[in-house]
Ligand binder design. Structure first.
Ligand code: PGA
Length: 260
């Protein structure tokens, strides 16, 4: 794992957007794995700016999102389809037919999950997977106890995830309890992974992911087996890493320079 500790959240966002932007420029027909969550909002804003001001084109990009709430139709204001539309798709030139998010309102969610996995495979897999991490170490909605060999399926959300999502729902709105999520193995098949975490509340999960044992207790720890993972952190999210000074010595200021 390449652990880059940036001097603040703004630099995490700028670095992530630059990496995604460079990938899209070099591989205009790439398949991107996209994530939702508050951490991604400024990253998508910066990608939209690059499209608007620098001409970065997503016209031939294919995307697959990680997950969707079961029970919410695509038009629901809290669905991840709407969220992606509002925060990114409406602001860039990606073709909607090339954007994929599981259908939360599918009559048969299990069949929808199987079809989604097959679609990713048929597209040739994910080239660059963008990830956040939950306070409980989840990636996608692969909550603790998720099989590290899992593919796309239905998951029940952990109480801490439902609690963390509360801020996105109105007080009188029911918060979804289940989701269709890609699996850990689906994520592990991506060519490259870019994981972002900021803020103190992620520090424990980040330490478990990078330095803890590989365990379903922290699903993100499975990434230790992936050969091409870059983790972008701010100092608060990095604060519980035992080897923080070592990572900073290898990559001063979180710069991604050659090792020798
Ligand atoms: P957040 O969510 O970016 O809103 O903190 C990340 C996640 O749960 O994966």
């Amino acid at each position: 794992m390449k652990v880059l500790i940036k001097d603040g959240k703004a630099l995490v966002v700028a670095d992530a957007a630059a990496r995604i932007g460079d990938h899209v420029s070099h591989y205009p027909d790439a398949t991107l794995g996209l994530a939702t969550g508050g951490t991604m909002t400024p990253v998508y804003q910066e990608l939209a700016r690059r499209h608007r001001e620098d001409g970065l084109s997503f016209a031939d990009i294919t995307s697959f999102n990680l997950d969707e709430y079961i029970g919410l139709p695509p038009s629901h204001p809290r669905s991840y389809r709407r969220d992606m539309e509002d925060r990114l798709f409406a602001h860039i030139d990606i073709k909607r037919t090339r954007t994929h998010i599981p259908a939360g309102d599918a009559a048969d969610p299990e069949a929808e999950a199987r079809t989604y996995e097959a679609r990713i495979e048929a597209a040739g897999g994910i080239d660059l997977q963008l990830l956040g991490i939950g306070v409980n170490g989840h990636i996608g909605f692969n909550e603790p106890s998720s099989s590290l060999g899992s593919t796309t399926r239905i998951k029940r959300l952990a109480p801490s995830t439902i609690e963390a999502n509360r801020r996105f729902f109105k007080a009188d709105e029911a918060i979804p309890t289940h989701a269709i999520t890609v699996g850990i193995q689906t994520i592990m098949r991506a060519g490259m992974i870019l994981l972002l975490a900021t803020g103190e509340r992620k520090a424990e999960a980040v330490a478990a992911m990078i330095e803890g044992p590989v365990s379903t207790f922290c699903p993100a720890s499975a990434l230790q087996f992936h050969p091409n993972v870059t983790v972008l952190l701010d100092p608060a999210a990095a604060s519980r890493l035992a080897l923080k000074d070592f990572y900073l010595a290898i990559h001063p200021n979180g710069e991604d320079q050659d090792l020798l």
